[in-house]
Design a binder for this molecule. Structure first.
Ligand code: FAD
Length: 419
């Protein structure tokens, strides 16, 4: 059991008058706030969010929100009234501009008075990585994709018959390309690595999604490095590749990764290394300050790791709330999972494929369904289940139970699927 400074328990008077300030009203921030209440914390909770809206889900931004299948209210994590009912003070459109760790104060934008904290939580997520300045100056029709505001702009720009250039063949780029095609937009996707999904998946999964996109009319250029983007005034018109070729476009969407938001933490002298460094109880190098979600880096199976997923944002933030209240029985030890929707295909990932040495492909029971299983040292560590929820659930069960699963067992599920 972790011992936090001045720990307190539910029903214990020592919480009275204590304030937890949470920086970032996203998935992790909201999850931490709600969990603190569920665990009986009856002090003050202040959730400070720079964005103007109440906490919302990002995954639909590149999926059903962009196609127009759902609206903004359906993005909300909870109706805004829930925060009031839970006595969680939600300050939206308000940026934390600085921290005084000695005085335990956070400073706010807009001339608001500083807040005194008992415990402080970083749930600051990250920012979309922009194109290097050497490649593109700031153009109105070259957009990164992270926030609702970004999604609104992209959605407003997408018109049938126009040409969208997607820069980056990771999940956000591929989902945006799929949505563009659904809306009748011409799409070219450029990826500077030798193949799409290079950082996150095996060749077999990349092959599946390349083929899916090609069949849906996306032009994919792999190993295609951008030399520059040119245009007039604030409107970009063409992208020039390293091989000298040109792509003329109306809109470019940049999906080249996330930069964890560590600016404030670094300025306050908190240890950061490609994220805000936390221990298994989400404590930073300052014992009164915690962090979780996309901004936090922690030791996962012996290596510093940042997980960018809804599942991690929720589970790590809830574990953080427990740690902060001295109620976490053991260090955070997640079983990662993730999903991506493209056209009518659902990819579900269980586990973490870092360091894999072998991939076993198993056909699913339905046409077009398949699973790619990752093994390290002969032992299963992750799966990419493509339109194959059965393989996903099986992998989750095995990983959750910590079972030592070998190739024969994996191949065995193909036989079972065929029955
Ligand atoms: C388009 C898109 C699609 C995605 N699809 C999937 C998916 O299919 N599956 C999946 O698992 N994950 C997906 N993700 C990733 C997932 O949304 C993130 O992992 C998750 O939102 C992380 O939550 P977080 O709370 O850590 O960070 P965020 O959601 O980024 O929230 C951080 C918040 O902190 C605020 N903030 C930062 N600094 C300050 C400050 N100084 N003062 C006040 N506020 C501040 C930010 O404005 C932001 O609102 C997707 C992400 C995007 C952008």
């Amino acid at each position: 059991m972790v011992t936090s400074p001045q720990s307190a328990r539910p029903g214990d008077d020592s919480w009275r008058g204590k304030t937890v300030v949470i920086i970032g009203a996203g998935q992790a921030g909201a999850s931490a706030a709600l969990r603190l209440r569920r665990q009986g914390f009856d002090g003050e909770i202040i959730l400070v969010g720079e964005e103007p809206s109440a906490p919302y889900q990002r995954p639909p931004l590149s999926k059903k929100y962009l196609t127009g299948e759902i609206g903004e209210t359906q993005l909300l994590l909870k109706s805004e009234s829930v925060f009031g009912e839970q006595s969680i003070q939600l300050l939206t459109g308000c940026r934390v501009t600085g921290i005084d760790r000695a005085a335990r104060l956070v400073y706010l934008s807009g001339g608001r008075p500083p807040l005194k904290y008992w415990r402080l939580v970083f749930a600051t997520g990250g920012k979309a990585r922009p194109l290097p300045e050497s490649v593109a100056e700031s153009f109105d029709n070259v957009m990164t994709f992270r926030s609702l505001e970004d999604a609104r702009k992209i959605r407003a720009s997408l018109q049938p018959g126009m040409h969208m250039l997607v820069i980056g063949g990771g999940y956000i780029g591929l989902e945006t390309a799929a949505t563009g095609r659904k809306l009748g937009v011409d799409v070219t996707l450029v990826e500077s690595a030798d193949r799409i999904l290079r950082r996150v998946s095996c060749e077999a999964t990349a092959d599946y999604f390349r083929d899916l996109h090609l069949r849906n009319g996306v032009r994919i250029l792999e190993g295609a490095a951008l030399r520059g983007i040119e245009g007039e005034g604030r409107q970009a018109r063409l992208a020039r590749l390293d091989d000298g070729s040109e792509i003329v476009f109306d809109l470019a969407v940049v999906g080249i990764g996330l930069m964890p938001d560590t600016e404030l933490a670094e300025a306050a002298g908190i240890d950061c290394a490609s994220g805000i460094v936390v221990d298994g109880y989400e404590r930073t190098s300052d014992p009164f300050i915690f962090a979780a979600g996309d901004c936090a880096v922690f030791d996962y199976r012996g290596a510093p790791t940042r997980l960018e997923s809804v599942q991690n944002a929720i589970e790590q933030a809830e574990h953080l709330a427990d740690s902060l209240l001295d109620m976490a029985p053991s260090p955070y030890s997640p079983h990662p999972w993730f999903w991506s929707d493209q056209y009518d295909v659902k990819l579900q990932i269980a586990g973490f494929n870092r360091g894999y040495s072998q991939v076993v492909q198993v056909p699913g029971a339905r046409a077009g369904s398949v699973s790619n299983w990752y093994l390290r040292g002969g032992r299963m560590i992750a799966v990419d289940a493509i339109n194959d929820p059965r393989a996903f659930m099986q992998a989750k069960r095995w990983l959750g139970n910590g079972e030592d699963v070998r190739e024969e067992q994996i191949i065995g599920i193909a036989g079972a699927a065929a029955v």
